[in-house]
Design a binder for this molecule. Structure first.
Ligand code: SF4
Length: 173
C-alpha cells in the first residue's frame, strides 16, 4: 500500500495564506472553520532586520490518533495509506476530538454542528489527484504531497542549499 506524506517547509512560508483559501474552496469550509491555517510570530529583530516566522498548521495524521481514540461514535479512522479521516455523516458534534488533538487541528463547524478536520483531500487523492493546498497553489513552494522518500530527497536538497534542518512532516514522524 502506497503511504502518503504531506510535508510543509515552514522556513519557506511567507504567510500568504493561499493554502487556506485553496482548502476552504475545496472543502467548502464556512466562515470560522479552517482545516489548515497559517500563524504568524513576530516581528523579531535579527541582525538589524525584522523577521516574521510563519507556521502552517493542519492535521498531522498521527500514527496513533488521539482524536480517533476520543471519538465515542468512531467517526474518525486511519486508512491503510496513513490518512486519518473524519466521517462527517457519523460525527455527532460532541467535540471530544477537539479536546483530544494536541495540535489544535480540529475545528467546529457551527453550521453543520459537527467537527471538521483535514482529511488530506482523500476525495481527490483517491482519484489520483493531490490535496488542494499542495496542488501548485503555494507561491513559496512550501507544501509537498506524495511518496515520503521522494519528498525527503527534495527537502534534503533544499536544506543543503539553505544549510538548515527546518521542516515539518505530516503524517507525524
Ligand atoms: Fe487527530 Fe490531531 Fe493527530 Fe490529526 S493531529 S490525527 S486531528 S490527534
Amino acid at each position: 500500500m502506497q503511504k502518503y506524506v504531506l510535508l510543509i517547509d515552514h522556513e519557506a512560508c511567507w504567510g500568504c495564506m493561499t493554502c487556506e483559501v485553496a482548502c476552504k474552496q475545496e472543502n467548502k469550509a464556512p466562515d470560522g472553520v479552517k482545516l489548515i491555517y497559517v500563524t504568524e510570530d513576530g516581528p523579531k529583530e535579527s541582525a538589524g532586520k525584522l523577521n516574521f516566522l510563519y507556521r502552517v498548521n493542519n492535521c498531522r495524521h498521527c500514527e496513533n490518533p488521539f482524536c480517533a481514540e476520543a471519538c465515542p461514535v468512531e467517526a474518525i479512522s486511519k486508512r491503510d495509506d496513513g490518512i486519518v479521516i473524519m466521517d462527517n455523516e457519523t460525527c455527532t458534534g460532541c467535540e471530544a476530538c477537539l479536546e483530544a488533538c494536541p495540535y489544535h487541528a480540529i475545528a467546529f463547524d457551527k453550521e453543520l454542528r459537527i467537527s471538521r478536520k483535514c482529511n488530506l483531500c482523500y476525495q481527490r487523492v483517491d482519484y489520483g489527484l493531490i490535496p488542494a493546498c499542495a496542488d501548485n497553489v503555494c507561491p513559496a513552494h512550501c507544501i509537498y504531497f506524495g511518496d515520503p522518500g521522494e519528498i525527503e530527497k527534495v527537502m534534503a536538497q533544499k536544506r543543503k542549499a539553505r544549510n538548515t534542518k527546518s521542516d515539518c512532516i505530516t503524517p507525524e514522524q
